[in-house]
Design a protein around this ligand. Structure first.
Ligand code: CP
Length: 313
């Protein structure tokens, strides 16, 4: 286990985390992962703590795994429904959050389309705030569960060649992953159409290429990203068929990566657009392992931010 004490109230992004903090979260997740193997999948670690889940955007994996992580840790959870709240009567996000704060939660998990919304809440709330995805900015717990999954398969992160391919422009997953993987010593190459490639990723430490084959060449890890058609204000693709022709991952194309390369995808997948079903469901795919590992990683984050490790120290 990494030899540091967790000091932060919030988890807002990977950008501000140190290498040691990332290792502490991953090591803590490793110790929580065995709870899923127990006949009774519950520990009393967060008994008496209250967690509010505020999801303003749709989610299957992140929302479910935070809820399951909270239940496995015995905390009391409130799943706030934006569509059934006073937000529909014009109440602002910050007023909503201040009213929820008045009920003394210990932690607030937030997903919102507006980049920086978790940071805004963190400045105003006494409760710890966890970013579950803010616009195209960051998705820190996704990058942490990706790192956890890679580490389990490859034994570490340093020296690995990681290819991240797809709609880079709209992806919060790619930003968090570049921050995390480069800090941990991986070599990250991002690839996608020029219309879906933001400027400045090279400054974050990633190699930027515009060809799938170039990105796959010798890769240890292949991470495919969803084409986020719902976030495109203008058409960035001539057609889905052309996208697949240039950037879709097939079994044949995967041969360019290392023989033991793993295939990842944060979900939800567009089968037949960014990845074929035989690759997504094939022996190299760790996509459902990513989902399973998300619970242990989120248990670790909830535990560290709750402060119980300080209370019991
Ligand atoms: N990976 C991810 O964030 O998936 P959801 O949108 O289903 O939470």
């Amino acid at each position: 286990m990494a030899e540091i004490h967790w000091q932060r109230k919030d988890l807002l992004g990977i950008a501000e985390l140190s290498r040691e903090e990332i290792e502490l979260i991953l090591d803590t997740a490793e110790s929580f992962s065995e709870v899923a193997e127990r006949p009774i999948k519950k520990v009393p670690t967060l008994r008496g703590k209250t967690v509010i889940n505020l999801f303003f955007e749709p989610s299957t994996r992140t929302r479910s795994s935070f809820e399951i992580a909270e239940k496995r840790l015995s905390s009391d959870s409130l799943n706030f429904s934006a569509s059934a709240s006073a937000l529909t009567k014009g109440e602002s996000l910050i007023d909503t959050a201040m009213n929820l704060q008045a009920m003394s939660p210990d932690l607030v998990v937030i997903r919102h389309a507006y980049p920086g919304s978790p940071h805004m809440l963190a400045r105003r709330l006494e409760a710890g705030v966890i970013n579950a995805g803010d616009g195209a900015h960051e998705h820190p717990t996704q990058a942490l569960l990706d790192a956890f999954t890679i580490r389990r398969h490859k034994g570490g992160l340093s020296g690995l060649k990681v290819a991240i391919i797809g709609d880079i422009e709209h992806s919060r997953v790619v930003r968090s992953n570049i921050h995390l993987l480069t800090k941990m010593g991986s070599e990250v190459t991002v690839a996608g159409p020029r219309t879906m490639m933001p400027v400045g990723l090279d400054k974050l430490g990633a190699n930027v290429v515009f060809s799938l084959e170039e990105a796959l060449d010798g890769a240890d890890v292949v991470m495919m990203l969803r084409v986020q058609l719902e976030r495109q204000a203008r058409t960035l693709l001539p057609s889905v068929r052309e996208y697949f022709h240039l950037f879709g991952l097939t079994r044949e194309r995967l041969k360019a990566a290392k023989e033991d390369a793993i295939v990842m995808h944060p979900g939800p997948m567009n089968r037949g657009t960014e990845i074929t079903s035989d690759v997504a469901d094939g022996s190299r795919s760790v996509i459902l392992e990513q989902v399973a590992n998300g619970v242990a990683v989120r248990m670790a984050v909830l535990y560290l931010l709750s402060g119980v490790h300080e209370e019991t120290a």
